[in-house]
Design a protein around this ligand. Structure first.
Ligand SMILES: Cc1cc2nc3c(=O)[nH]c(=O)nc-3n(C[C@H](O)[C@H](O)[C@H](O)COP(=O)(O)OP(=O)(O)OC[C@H]3O[C@@H](n4cnc5c(N)ncnc54)[C@H](O)[C@@H]3O)c2cc1C
Length: 467
């Protein structure tokens, strides 16, 4: 049985399992190289897992472990994002970062961090004294001693980037099937048959980008895995937009062995966030937030930037990092089984995705596969929802403002419900437009938004279930 009624007949060169940021970047790379590509996602839209709930930082790799595959992919992904972002209309908030020492012990670690940054090829990183730090960040608490300045760390839109990647893949011949969890599969020596509730798909090679479920997919279809996912939760509190003027740079702590630590950063949507925590948990499905932890995050933020004391918090969210027992990414080609595993992409996948996709493409070429890339690839432009750039409500003919907190127009909502990659559910519609994500969190506009979208997307049982 082929994927009935979906137009997914025939043999694909590659089936990408998982529509997180890594799967979307993978589908883009393979479509741009001319491979017949299909992406299979178990949810009703892309970004169902950790890819929808991160810090949205574009990392330079200054603090990555030298010599790792993660460092190579982050460096390559960072460079490619900057190279392609204008053509895809993906935003960039050029904040830079300051890694601040608050104690003498932390100050003693700065030289080591600087040396590592330079060894990692991030040569514009430098040490700055207290005067320069305070000139740059006048609202920091008086305990701030000195810092490392990382000019290249930036903030991006965590949702329009993967959306743009998959959009470009689809415009260049790839296909995507949603509500299609890969539950079983069989390899006959030359091709895979992948079974989903929407039918079966045949492909000459499978790329496992299943994130939090990557080890399970390897285990059930390949019969073994060399890593185990150990979800590591990160909670965030999002301050009201009134907080954003109190910080210009991304504020980084001196990292520990286990985590990069809690960050303060502006978001591309004009808010200021504090997080993430690093909490081990067994459950892979439910990244919940809790009051005491959020209160600690907010207190922490106000200790570092006292003007944040009493500032309203408009939202909270949590994501589960697909960490494993290994520190590095787990990317491996199983040549004899025509399968590539892309696992353990824990805390840098938003940045690393484009680099990971290039690395996997080179592994694929190493298996002897050849294709002809499209001579004139299509470059779709993503709608802008970043606060610092021109928005739809500033252009004539938008019709009506539907979400007044985020100034989302009816025209934006209609556009998000159509096109080659329409929103598949309410969460997807929110991520494409920002509707219901402002100060009132949908209190005033959710009924109107749902009325517009009714019958066109999957609706949750309760509105609070979507991010
Ligand atoms: C708290 C936190 C903060 C972070 N901050 C940053 C940051 O600032 N910068 C940065 O670069 N990175 C950051 N990251 C990391 C980044 O978000 C992750 O590395 C990335 O999201 C992992 O993406 P993925 O595509 O590998 O996995 P996922 O997002 O888990 O995607 C996997 C997809 O596969 C689907 N799937 C699973 N099983 C199946 C199946 N059997 N069939 C079909 N589909 C399936 C899932 O539904 C899911 O959509 C952060 C992560 C977290 C959690």
């Amino acid at each position: 049985m082929n994927a009935a009624g979906t137009g997914m007949d025939g043999l694909f060169d590659v089936a990408v399992v998982g529509g997180g940021v890594v799967g979307c970047a993978m589908a883009r790379r393979f479509a741009l190289e001319g491979a017949r590509t299909i992406l299979l996602e178990r949810s009703t839209d892309i970004l169902a897992g950790p890819s929808k709930a991160n810090s949205a930082l574009l990392h330079t790799g200054f603090d990555a472990t030298p010599g790792t595959l993660e460092l190579a992919c982050v460096r390559a992904g960072y460079a490619e994002y900057l190279e392609i972002r204008e053509r895809l209309n993906l935003p960039l908030l050029e904040t830079g970062a300051v890694l601040v020492a608050w104690t003498e012990e932390e100050a003693a670690k700065l030289d080591g961090i600087l040396a590592q940054a330079h060894a990692n090829g991030v040569t514009d990183v430098r040490r700055i004294g207290r005067d320069e730090l305070i000139a740059r960040e006048p609202h920091l608490a008086t305990a701030a001693r000195e810092a490392i300045l990382v000019p290249g760390e930036h903030v991006i839109d965590p949702w329009s980037a993967p959306l743009g990647y998959l959009h470009q893949a689809l415009e260049n011949g790839a296909q995507a099937l949603f509500s299609a969890p890969v539950e079983r599969g069989e390899f006959d020596g030359s091709r895979w048959r992948l079974d989903t509730p929407r039918g079966s798909v045949s492909a000459a090679l499978v790329i496992n980008c299943a994130g939090l479920w990557g080890d399970h997919l390897d285990q059930s279809l390949l019969g073994g895995t060399d890593f185990t996912i150990r979800p590591r939760k990160g909670q965030f509190a999002v301050f009201d937009k009134a907080a954003a003027p109190y910080l210009r740079s991304i504020l980084l702590p001196v990292p520990t062995e286990r985590t990069k630590g809690v960050v303060l950063a502006r978001t591309i949507f004009g808010n200021l966030l504090v997080g993430p925590t690093a909490e081990e948990q067994i459950d892979r499905e439910h990244p919940s937030t809790d009051g005491p932890t959020l209160a600690r995050l907010v207190e922490h933020a106000a200790r570092l930037v006292p003007m944040l004391a009493g500032m309203p918090v408009t939202a909270a969210y949590a994501g589960l990092r697909p960490a494993s027992e290994h520190k590095d990414y787990r990317i491996r080609a199983h040549a004899e089984r025509r399968w590539i595993t892309v696992g353990g992409i824990r805390s840098t996948g938003l940045t690393g995705a484009l680099g990971i996709a290039r690395h996997v493409w080179s592994l694929y070429e190493g298996l002897g596969s050849r294709h002809t890339a499209p001579a004139a690839p299509v470059w779709p432009r993503m709608p802008n929802i970043a606060e610092h750039l021109s928005r739809d409500f500033q252009q004539p003919g938008y019709g009506e403002i539907v979400c007044h907190c985020e100034l989302v127009t009816r025209r934006e909502i209609e556009a998000a419900l159509t096109g080659p990659l329409p929103a598949g559910d309410l969460g997807g519609l929110k991520r494409r437009t920002r509707a219901m994500m402002g100060r009132c969190q949908g209190f005033y506009c959710s009924a109107h938004v749902c009325a517009i979208a009714k019958g066109r997307i999957a609706m949750p049982d309760k509105l609070g279930e979507t991010l």
